[in-house]
Write a protein that binds this ligand. Structure first.
Ligand SMILES: [Zn+2]
Length: 187
């Protein structure tokens, strides 16, 4: 299919390349079109999914599913979780209120340049995206926040004190290449 730039536009929310008529007009915009597609606009306004609750689930699942497979999308998702723990989510008390947290941009840059993250991420993707293998963020010093120098990527299964404290179990996991602890932890 030949794609003519001027007839299509990528919506930065759903990341889909869509025909221009799938975007509302906007006289103020250079392109003459709104930034987000019609569906996403509705989604953002919550209208569409209030009318079609069953579609909300599908949309969320598909979008997250795709996005989660990209380095940046994955890191952004991880950051949202971290942020929710510190700031709390709508109406809920934060888990770690008052803890310091770096900016989203800094976190994504940090992750993209972190070798152990890339390795864990690729392993997780290639091996069926098992929940236990998913890269998660560990605060090296639990007293400190999600700040530079205090964050490392480890597999989800390792990010529980029970597993970490059970040296024998840990060793078995390492020997069987189930987990890839970062270098200093192996020594
Ligand atoms: Zn969209």
């Amino acid at each position: 299919m030949k794609i003519i730039d001027s007839e299509y536009k990528t919506c930065p929310n759903c990341r889909e390349l869509k025909k221009l008529d799938e975007f509302h007009n906007c006289t103020k915009a250079k392109s003459g079109k709104r930034t987000y597609c019609k569906v996403c606009t509705l989604v953002m306004n919550d209208v569409y999914f209030k009318r079609n609750p069953q579609k909300l689930k599908t949309y969320r699942t598909n979008y997250r599913f795709k996005r989660r497979r990209t380095l940046e999308g994955f890191l952004a998702g991880l950051y949202s979780n971290m942020r929710a723990r510190v700031m709390g989510v709508k109406g809920q008390k934060p888990f770690y209120a008052g803890l310091e947290i770096m900016s989203r941009k800094d976190f994504i840059n940090f992750g993209k340049n972190d070798k152990s993250f890339q390795r864990l991420f690729n392993y997780w993707l290639r091996n069926g995206m098992e929940r236990a293998d998913v890269p998660s963020i560990n605060r090296i010093n639990p007293e400190l926040g999600y700040i530079h120098g205090n964050c490392e990527f480890i597999q989800q299964r390792l990010n529980s004190s029970q597993t970490r404290n059970n040296k024998r179990y840990f060793q078995i996991l390492v020997e069987n290449k189930v987990i890839f602890p970062i270098a200093e932890k192996v020594a």
